[in-house]
Design a protein around this ligand. Structure first.
Ligand code: E4P
Length: 224
């Protein structure tokens, strides 16, 4: 399972990328607001430069024509960019259209869509059928509403496997480290993880205690 970061803050991305484990990044309008910028192009290009892998940039329009107009521009920003489109009827129309586009430049990949705001297996089935290359089930928001978010991830993974959909599942709206473990066990292709959760994933008190004991013992024997 690939590990992506769910943030638009470049300093967080630089730090986690330096660990050598980061494969991609997702942004959305709320994350842009938290990063304090509306300059999607500059932020997306900066992130793509650091990560060298997929970076999702979300459209703001809610009608197909508006989404397509935004997508036409977004796909020129970087060969790594994914166009993030909400999974609504107008979004399905846009996904179908974008999936038929040629690469914006020679040597670049074909434009790829990340279908966002997915809360049911049927929405994922529709998005994949419309040509989305990625679907993003929001498991934390489902948990918040009293549902089992991880079951949606399991169901989508199973459906895509049965029918051989060429569409990757991004476990999104992750709230804690256990979500990441469970998403991996569910067979998600990718988990997009908030910075604070990723930092918790590396922490364990027994690691700290064990390291301290090793260093203390070494200091004793080396100082002899
Ligand atoms: C990722 O693509 C989503 O935008 C993100 O995971 C949503 O997470 P949230 O529910 O914490 O806002």
């Amino acid at each position: 399972m690939q590990l992506w970061l769910d943030t638009a803050k470049i300093e967080e991305i630089r730090e986690i990328a330096s660990w050598g484990i980061l494969s991609g990044v997702t942004t959305n309008p709320s994350l842009m607001q938290r990063a304090g910028t509306a300059d999607r192009k500059t932020v997306t290009q900066q992130i793509a430069e650091v990560v060298g892998g997929p970076v999702s940039a979300e459209v703001i329009s809610t009608d197909c024509e508006g989404m397509l107009a935004e997508a036409r521009e977004i796909v020129t920003w970087s060969p790594h960019v994914l166009v993030k489109i909400p999974t609504i009827p107008e979004g399905l129309k846009a996904m179908r259209e974008i999936s038929r586009w040629d690469p914006p430049q020679e040597g670049w990949p074909v434009p790829r869509v990340n279908a966002t705001l997915i809360f049911s297996p049927n929405q994922a089935l529709l998005a994949a059928t419309a040509g989305a290359a990625y679907v993003s089930p929001f498991l934390g928001r489902l948990d918040d509403a009293g549902h089992d978010g991880m079951q949606i991830v399991r169901d989508i993974v199973e459906i895509f496997s049965i029918y051989g959909f060429d569409c990757q599942v991004i476990a999104a709206s992750i709230r804690h480290p256990l979500h990441v473990t469970q998403a991996a066990l569910a067979g998600a292709d990718i988990a997009t993880i908030p910075y604070a959760v990723l930092k918790k994933m590396i922490q364990h008190p027994l690691t700290d205690k064990g390291l301290k004991a090793f260093l203390d013992d070494w200091a004793k024997v080396a100082g002899k």
